[in-house]
Design a protein around this ligand. Structure first.
Ligand SMILES: NC(=O)C1=CN([C@@H]2O[C@H](COP(=O)(O)OP(=O)(O)OC[C@H]3O[C@@H](n4cnc5c(N)ncnc54)[C@H](OP(=O)(O)O)[C@@H]3O)[C@@H](O)[C@H]2O)C=CC1
Ligand SMILES: O=C1CO[C@H](CO)[C@@H](O)[C@@H]1O
Length: 355
């Protein structure tokens, strides 16, 4: 608009015809750059959101906060105010929700509106019992200093007793009342405390069981997903039911060096992007929201520069062909190979809960 006004002013006031032509050309160039930037911005914004079953929008990139420790508040504030993130993923279990809350408050004081933000948290296993769901949510809201939450997820399809060991021991595991817990999750939506509800780490069988008893379908299923653990079956099943997938540990977390995987570095070099950007973009192109964690400003910014470019089909296929497939999440917390845990082993997706 400003360039258009300037252009009009030049036309109206200039006397020398040659200088008028020169200035008009300059202004036209300026105008087309502005238009291009505006189009790119709109394009990036359009790419930044997916729509959930409820009709609410969810960003395709969010900031992960697990293990962010004392750097959490700074990382969250940087992500929102300096890097343009509008989605933060956290959990009661991470022990940093008060830090997240401080950063959200500061971001809102800096002019970000609450309704622009999608804040997700999770119900920890020691609260995975019907009578504990609402108190757990209220505690989370208090820590985050929010009146409502955008997304509340069952963290694991498992119930643990209070004071369970970390990692839990077999004697810590209780019967998981999926139907009862989900009913209480639904009540949170009805009470206006939560906009959308969902699950994490569910197996295909558990998703199917949940769909049989749910009155409100899970909007989101958060699972480990990256080229080293594609999780194809879960992705397919979720897509079939319109459940949006949120990919955790998209960079391989701290256990898997995906950023030096030859195919990842090859594609990154070819596209002139970083390995992290290629991994994040790969998840988005599969239709998922991706939640990389970083406490470093330059990486936080880098990890959201994943719009206005695409991984070409042949490179996408190459990234989707890594043979060595295993989840980074599981073994260390005894959810894998545990009688009551969801998975039989690190490559199982169906789960043994009904075997
Ligand atoms: N629902 C669930 O059960 C689970 C949910 N999650 C969620 O998913 C989020 C992401 O997963 P997470 O396991 O943390 O792992 P990520 O795959 O996001 O990897 C995080 C690691 O990558 C580093 N890193 C980040 N960006 C870059 C970059 N551009 N270049 C190089 N290194 C980088 C980080 O270091 P640094 O911080 O030093 O930059 C950190 O060591 C979690 O934080 C959590 O919110 C995770 C696991 C389970
Ligand atoms: O999100 C996650 C990260 O931290 C937890 C352990 O404390 C995991 O269980 C989990 O799934």
């Amino acid at each position: 608009m400003q360039a258009e006004r300037n252009l009009g002013r030049v036309m109206a006031t200039a006397h020398d015809p040659l200088s008028v032509i020169h200035e008009v050309r300059q202004q036209q160039q300026q105008l087309s750059v502005i238009q291009e930037v505006q189009q790119q911005k709109e394009h990036a914004e359009a790419q930044y959101y997916f729509t959930l079953l409820s009709g609410h929008k969810i960003p395709s990139v969010g900031l992960g906060t697990w293990r962010s420790g004392s750097f959490t508040a700074k990382a969250v504030f940087t992500a929102i105010v300096q890097a343009g993130y509008r989605h933060v993923d956290t959990a009661q279990e991470y022990g940093i929700q008060e830090e997240v809350g401080k950063a959200l408050k500061a971001a809102m004081q800096a002019g970000i509106k609450r309704e622009e933000l999608v804040i997700a948290s999770k119900l920890w296993c020691t609260d995975s019992a019907p009578d504990k769901v609402k108190p757990a949510l209220l505690k989370t809201l208090k820590e985050l200093e929010l009146e409502d939450l955008d997304l509340f997820l069952i963290h694991w399809p498992i119930s643990l007793k209070n004071g369970a060991h970390k990692p839990p021991e077999p004697g810590d595991v209780l019967e998981f009342d999926m139907e009862g817990v989900w009913k209480e999750m639904e009540n949170l939506v009805r009470d206006g405390l939560v906009k959308d509800i969902g699950v994490c780490n569910f197996t295909v069988k558990q998703i199917n069981r949940l769909l049989e008893c749910a009155h409100i379908k899970p909007a989101v299923c958060q699972i480990e997903m990256h080229p080293g653990w594609r999780n194809d079956k879960m992705l397919q099943v979720c897509k079939k039911h319109g459940i949006h997938v949120m990919a955790f540990s998209p960079l391989g977390s701290t256990k898997r060096d995906l950023m030096h995987e030859p195919v990842v570095t090859k594609v990154a070099n070819k596209l002139n992007k970083t390995p992290a950007q290629v991994l994040i973009r790969w998840g988005i192109q599969r239709g998922a929201t991706v939640i990389p964690k970083s406490i470093h400003k330059e990486r936080i910014i880098e990890n959201i520069q994943v719009f206005n470019w695409k991984i070409p089909e042949e490179d996408f296929q190459a990234l989707s062909s890594i043979k060595d497939q295993w989840r980074t999440m599981g073994g260390e917390i005894l959810f894998v190979n545990e009688k009551h845990g969801p998975y039989k082993n690190a490559t199982d997706v169906w789960g043994d809960d009904e075997d």
